[in-house]
Design a protein around this ligand. Structure first.
Ligand code: IMP
Length: 415
């Protein structure tokens, strides 16, 4: 059976957590394909709050298997901490033996480089994501499977640290001794080796057995290393194609693709964001939508829905459907704008150009509505909200499959 996929369509934080949590109940397996503990969402089940950064949301469905694929960069420290929230993960969580590790020096490099960039900082989460992926591509990374032989791994890491000592000195990074390193790697090895697996084989077997698999993307399309607002992006392939390299599924193995998108836009970190509103509207969206980062607590930049970027993202991912999140955050606005084009040098374009920094959004204004919060049927939405949603379908050339009208699992309209 083909695997379904969910992917972020904007700059991350679209509310994928609620949808994966909702869908995870219906899948035999949930598998992550990229990113690391830069991602994050909290899920409340029976009054208990779980913070998930690396472990797929399927962990809250006792019958589902959860896979962290080879394309994810795994901080053993962060994963072990996250695993402690759950009683018995054995047989329910599998981590690719070929996934690359984020070690403490990757994190220190990330933070030191951001400091050096000054005003041009990317605004990373400071979790070591970029340096770990850089070293993977430079063929100088460390894979989880190497934890099976701590002595050999410690030697290899020491060799790497010595070879790069000039860089560490220049960045004023203190390195661990061999003893400290070996002790840390031993802890990682003891905790994680029992969970390592050849996850590509596992996914293929599950597919051959007609099991239902959900592929879970992190971050969002506009943060994709190739197709996002480079260099203000994360270091992985966040789009649906990332699932092919990050889990070993082939393009023909992917079934339904659902793009998750907020009814407005947000972004954390720096970089272009055409519809950002620095004034009252942005502030109101931030307050109503509780737009503060789950991983770093940073206030998110906010603005109106960008239909040009969404249409681009939908095509890149091959979205069959969009899930529109947080519609209720727009409740009470007298009018609502949607970006339908970009003005560049006096000309209006309808695609995402290389330089998104210097475009001026062209807006179409829609009538606002009173209340959508908690509505569970499309027919019960105010007419203006129905018109807004139908217009988004047309502008993004993608059908809407789900609409979320509050954080509650049940406040979801399924079309
Ligand atoms: P990094 O992934 O930590 O290297 O950060 C690179 C960029 O991606 C920064 O702008 C971050 O704010 C952004 N980013 C990374 N992870 C997330 C996420 O889960 N949600 C939203 N933005 C993210």
């Amino acid at each position: 059976m083909k695997a379904d996929l969910i992917v972020g369509i904007q700059w991350g934080d679209e509310g994928k957590g609620k949808i994966v949590d909702l869908l995870a109940q219906k899948y035999d397996c949930v598998a992550r394909y990229q990113g690391g503990h830069n991602a994050g969402h909290t899920i409340v089940v029976d009054d208990k709050t779980y913070a998930l950064h690396l472990i797929p949301s399927g962990i809250l469905n006792p019958k589902a298997i959860n896979i962290i694929g080879n394309g994810v960069v795994v901080s053993p420290e962060a994963l072990i901490k996250e695993m402690k929230q759950f009683d018995n993960l054995f047989g329910r969580l599998f981590v690719s033996e070929s996934a690359h590790m984020i070690l403490s020096f990757h994190t220190l490099i990330d933070q030191a480089k951001e400091k050096l960039r000054g005003e041009k900082a990317i605004g990373t989460t400071g979790r070591g994501i970029g340096p770990a992926y850089s070293e993977k591509i430079a063929r100088a990374g460390f894979r989880l499977g190497e934890l099976r032989d701590v002595e050999a791994l410690a030697n290899r890491v020491m060799e790497y640290l010595e070879q790069n000592s000039a860089i560490f000195q220049a960045l004023d990074i203190k390195l661990p001794s061999k003893e400290e390193l070996s002790a840390e790697l031993t802890t990682f090895s003891e905790a994680l080796v029992p969970f390592l697996a050849n996850t590509t084989q596992m996914v293929w077997k599950l597919m051959d057995e007609d099991k239902k698999i959900l592929l879970e993307g992190a971050q969002g399309t506009m943060l994709d290393i190739d197709h996002g607002t480079y260099p203000y992006v994360t270091s992985s392939s966040t789009i649906s194609a990332g699932a092919c390299t990050g889990l070993g599924v082939n393009p023909k193995d992917i079934g339904k693709v659902t793009g998750i998108v907020k009814a407005y836009c947000t972004r954390v970190g720096n970089g272009p964001f055409p519809t950002e509103d620095h004034g009252e509207i942005g502030g109101r969206l931030r307050k109503a939508g509780h737009e503060f980062g789950t991983t770093t607590g940073r206030p998110r930049r906010c603005g109106w829905f960008d239909a040009v970027a969404c249409r681009y993202a939908s095509r890149l991912n091959g979205c069959d459907e969009l899930s529109i999140m947080k519609l209720d955050v727009l409740d009470g606005f007298e009018t609502i704008d949607v970006c339908v084009g970009y003005e560049v040098n006096g000309e209006v374009i309808d695609y995402v150009p290389l330089d998104l920094e210097n475009v001026k959004p062209v807006y179409k204004t829609f009538k606002g509505w009173d209340k959508t919060k908690g509505v569970r049927r499309f027919e019960d939405l105010p007419v203006a909200a129905q018109e807004y949603l139908r217009a988004l379908e047309e502008l993004t050339q993608t059908k809407i499959g789900m609409i979320s009208t509050s954080p509650d699992r049940n406040d979801t309209i399924i079309l």
